[in-house]
Every structure is written in C-alpha cells, then in structure tokens.
Design a protein. Sequence first.
Length: 276
Amino acid sequence: MLTKSIYLLLKAGGYRSEVVSSNLQNAFPHLTHSQIKDLQNHFYQYFSRLLREIYLMLYGNLTRLDILSLSRLYNVDDILSFLRQGRSVFLMVPHYGNWELGGWSLALEQPYRVIAVYKPLSNERFDKKIYKTRSRWGTLPVPMESIVKYVIKYRNEPAVFVFIADQNPTHLEACFWTEFMGKPVPVFWGPEKLAHKFNIPVFWAHAQPISDSYQEVFFSPIATEPTKTKEGFITASFMNRLENLIKTIPPYWLWSHRRWKHSNKFDSKIHKFVKV
C-alpha cells in the first residue's frame, strides 16, 4: 500500500520526469517514445519500492531476520577468502537495486568490518540520520576525504570497503573518462587509485531485485591483483559491467541522477579516456 502511494505521489508530482526520460533516451536511442515511457513507468514502480524500503530502514524497526530475508548474499566466498588471509577488499557498487540494504546484509552475514565510503549531505540534520542508520548494524561510514587514513588503519585488520562507484566525480580535470551507454562520461577513479597504491583486491557487487519481497546481492572479482592491471582497467571494467547489467534489466538503476551531464565537456586532447 505504501509503495503504491509513493508511486502515485511521484507520478503526480512529476519527480525528475524530464531527467529520467532524457537519461533513458540517451541510453536507449533505438527505442520508440512508447517504449521509453514504458521503461520510465517501470523505473518509477521500482523506485517507489526502493523509497519504501529506505523509509523503513530510516524509521522502521527492521530486525536482523527481516534484513536477511529481504537481502540475500551470493558468491561471497571469494571475498571471505581474502579477508581470512588478513587482506582488506574493495567493493565497487552501482546505484542499482537497494544498495543500502545490501550493505546491511553484508555487515550482518560475515564477521569483518564493513566501511562505507560516502559523501556527506549538505543537510546536516539528515546527514546525521543517514549516518546513524548506516551504522546501525556495525557498518562504519567514512567520509570520502578521510578514506586514505582508514585504508592505512585497516591494512593489518581486514575490512570490506564499499564504494558507490557510478556517481559523477567532483573534479573533472583529475579523473578518467570512459564510454558508458554510447557516450563519454567522467568516472570516479578513487577506488582504483587506492587499490593500485595498496594492492587491495577489487570486487564488483550489485543488488538484484528478484521479487517484490526480496533481492539477491552478487559479488565477482574485477582485479584480485590490481598492481598488475593497466591504468584505467578497474574503473572501465566496473562501468562496462554496469552497462551490461542495465541493458539486461534497466528499471533497477537510479535513472533520476544526471549521469551524462558532463558528456559534452569531453575533450580528447586534455582528458584521459580509458576502456576495457
């Protein structure tokens, strides 16, 4: 009932409808207007569910059992094998499915510290609420500007560092660019830079909604020996996997953020372009 109410409010208010429509047209230029509208509606249906789940995470009384039934982990053994050897790992995660709930289930289902790298919100009151919510089940939220200190701190105490890696970077002059859904985009390359510097294995993780009642979280390696990869490989591989995932099942990605807003600023003479 709550999901349907949220959906009706989003549609009635036209929440970012122009952004969502523009993004879908950028990503799927071969689709008709009717097909784009259909995808847009499917996105808003899932987005309504996502908002309901996040509301329950913020203000509800979800139990450990609730969380583990809502979000189930798969393919986590490869990550645990490194942690058991005393090595930390990086997870590069997209805004796909309920990434926040996936982080909770990860913190609950294994004994190692989960460190969630985040960008503080401008609204200080809401930022504190988000921080408290993310910390509830043992996750340690760390501001992006402090992450190097924590990577050094946990070099001898294995931890899982979680990066939401499909967001727009802040400084365009100091980032990689790659092709994403047919257009050049600047990419967040902090995880790759740190992985090379400290030789930390990098994994992909995404939350895949399976039904209206639960999702499954999948893990797979991107670079278990990052120092042996060429510059840009880790970042471009992540974006390539995300593109393939979106093309397979589009509605579960966060279409309401402006991922292609910098595409027209790409200049091959000054920007570093990478691909897999």
